[in-house]
Design a protein around this ligand. Structure first.
Ligand code: DP6
Length: 339
């Protein structure tokens, strides 16, 4: 059987930061699913006596990815017992440059989990793919990946005010989205294309004994609920405030950890200042967010795209060596299989 899948990356509005047990989040998170920054994965699934896999990235061997994949397959073995008798030949590629500093684990594990869920569908003779199962498996590869299996807006983490939410998988909350957010734009300014000095996984671990741990968890529960409210009502000013607060809190948590570290670069800070000045001077509802790195995501509505593009070209591109990607909220993953 051959399965082809593609899945986009996502950008969190309320950040997942800290985990426990087997990839369970300390707090709920919500993200826009992107459109263009995606991973494309092909899996050849062959029946075999014992489980095995080969992995190649953009056509070449990638031994450095293998331990992470090995761990992923161990973790999903209970959810996908059929894999005990499968050999998988996996080839993956990204639409964005590998060295761009974009977290590729979300799109990569989402695409792979979807391919496996599709394989399981075929093996089990089922009509529809079990997308919740795909999300569960994706989470076991990389937490944020579980939100990428859904179009537009994914919510992960149990929250009493969000029906159906769970720590084990993300849910599709795009039905609650005001139209203005459904075509939201994301320009990703590549401030630093190197490997991050501290990985997300190490950053999550530092939340365990963080002096602000409890306050952060309480705040994130609150922010997740507020964000859902803002997203459904289409309140752009509140969106700007909350998204930027979340981004700065994430980095403040890194800077105030027991082993403090700093992922923002001078360009990151300069862009943040420019965004605030531009918003004040032009009343354009553009805001910034950051993932666990130096790059800046600019989020803004479709109707100001032209204006933002001109400003990015004329002003912001100087801070990122003219390296940026234009993305937007997207329709989620795709997959197909042939036997
Ligand atoms: C800051 O999902 O990359 O982007 O579960 O260890 O693979 P692992 O971490 P990862 O962490 C993402 C952190 C974040 C916030 C977010 O996407 O919610």
């Amino acid at each position: 059987m051959i399965i082809e899948s593609e899945s986009p990356s996502n950008i969190a509005l309320v950040k997942y930061w800290g985990k426990h047990g087997l990839q369970l989040p300390l707090n709920p998170s919500v993200s826009f699913t992107l459109e263009k920054a995606k991973s494309i994965t092909k899996v050849e699934w062959v029946d075999s006596e014992t489980f095995g896999f080969n992995f190649s990235f953009e056509g070449g061997a990638k031994p450095s990815f293998e331990p992470k994949l090995q761990k992923f397959f161990e973790r999903i073995s209970e959810l996908a017992p059929e894999l005990e008798h499968a050999h998988l030949k996996i080839d993956s590629s990204n639409t964005f440059p590998h060295s761009s500093g974009i977290a590729s684990s979300a799109s990569a594990f989402s695409a792979l989990a979807i391919a496996i869920a599709e394989g399981l569908r075929v093996k089990r003779g089922e009509q529809d793919i079990d997308i919740t199962l795909a999300s569960k498996m994706a989470r076991l590869g990389s937490g944020s990946a579980c939100r990428s299996v859904f179009p537009k807006l994914g919510f992960w983490g149990e929250h009493k005010d969000v029906k159906g939410s769970s720590n084990h998988f993300a849910i599709d909350v795009s039905a609650y989205m005001h139209p203005v957010f459904q075509t939201y734009r994301d320009t990703i300014l590549l401030v630093d294309e190197g490997v991050k000095s501290v990985s997300s996984t190490a950053g999550h671990a530092l939340m365990e004994k963080h002096v602000f741990r409890k306050n952060r968890i309480d705040q994130a529960f609150d922010n997740a609920q507020q964000m859902m409210n803002i997203l459904s009502k289409g309140e752009l000013n509140d969106f700007v405030d909350l998204v930027e607060r979340e981004a700065l809190t994430l980095h403040a948590l890194m800077m105030s950890a027991q082993q403090p570290y700093l992922l923002m670069r001078p360009g990151t800070v300069a862009i943040i200042e420019e965004v605030r000045a531009f918003r004040r001077d032009t009343e354009t509802p553009v805001c910034f967010t950051l993932d666990a790195g130096a790059n800046v995501h600019l989020l803004y509505p479709e109707n100001v795209e032209q204006k933002v593009n001109t400003w990015v070209n004329e002003v912001l591109s100087a801070y990122c060596n003219k390296r940026y990607l234009c993305d937007q909220v997207g329709n989620g993953p795709r997959w197909k299989s042939s036997v």
